[in-house]
Write a protein that binds this ligand. Sequence first.
Ligand SMILES: C[S@@+](CC[C@H](N)C(=O)[O-])C[C@H]1O[C@@H](n2cnc3c(N)ncnc32)[C@H](O)[C@@H]1O
Length: 220
Amino acid sequence: MQRVPEPELMDAPAQARAYAEADFSEPNALFVERALSHLDTTGSGRLLDLGCGPGDICLRFARSLPDWHITGLDAGPNMLALANDALKATGLGARVEFVLSQLPAHPFPHRFDAVVSNSLLHHLPDPMILWEAVVELAAPGAFVQIMDLHRPPDHGTADALVREHAAGEPEILRQDFYNSLLAAWTVEEVAEQLKQAGLDGLSLSRPSDRHWLLQGQVRR
Ligand SMILES: C[S@@+](CC[C@H](N)C(=O)[O-])C[C@H]1O[C@@H](n2cnc3c(N)ncnc32)[C@H](O)[C@@H]1O
């Protein structure tokens, strides 16, 4: 099925709020758990989440990595306002910050010990924006974990995935999910992008019927 790009930002107030209120606890917990076995959970470090949205994944990392500093970057001011609201309620403000910036622009003068991203790639007008940010911002030996949707072969399969995984969600989210499946890159396309970026040493897998997952250490 041919790819249908989505608008880059999903920052209309109603859309950002519906996204922040949706229950992503299970996939977000799984995303964090998969990364933790590769990180020094008793040591310290700096973790960057690219396209952090309403910040749930950043807050989960902050709770599991008590001596790490967590930075979330996102281009949506409404999304980041929701992330900052969630942060205020946690008491984690000394170790978590949210930064408003639209990649490829970023304000960081240093690299990070871990770079993660969930569901950003399919929003970008050019996928190399993400891969070049990873190359630029991951320190030598840093752990990288990127996950996103995998574009299904046809519209019928996309419909079936929405029915199976978003049955109880509001219509605005079901529509978002359907559009995101159509905008997603396939694992084969991602493998080509990684080759182009010099990141093909990382390991690419299909952890579910609708995702691909990239994990590994940046060697330079
Ligand atoms: C589907 S949301 C994912 C949010 C979060 N990672 C999660 O898993 O819940 C995609 C996010 O990417 C952000 N985004 C899109 N283009 C961006 C860019 N060029 N730079 C930074 N963030 C961007 C959007 O504002 C949105 O919050």
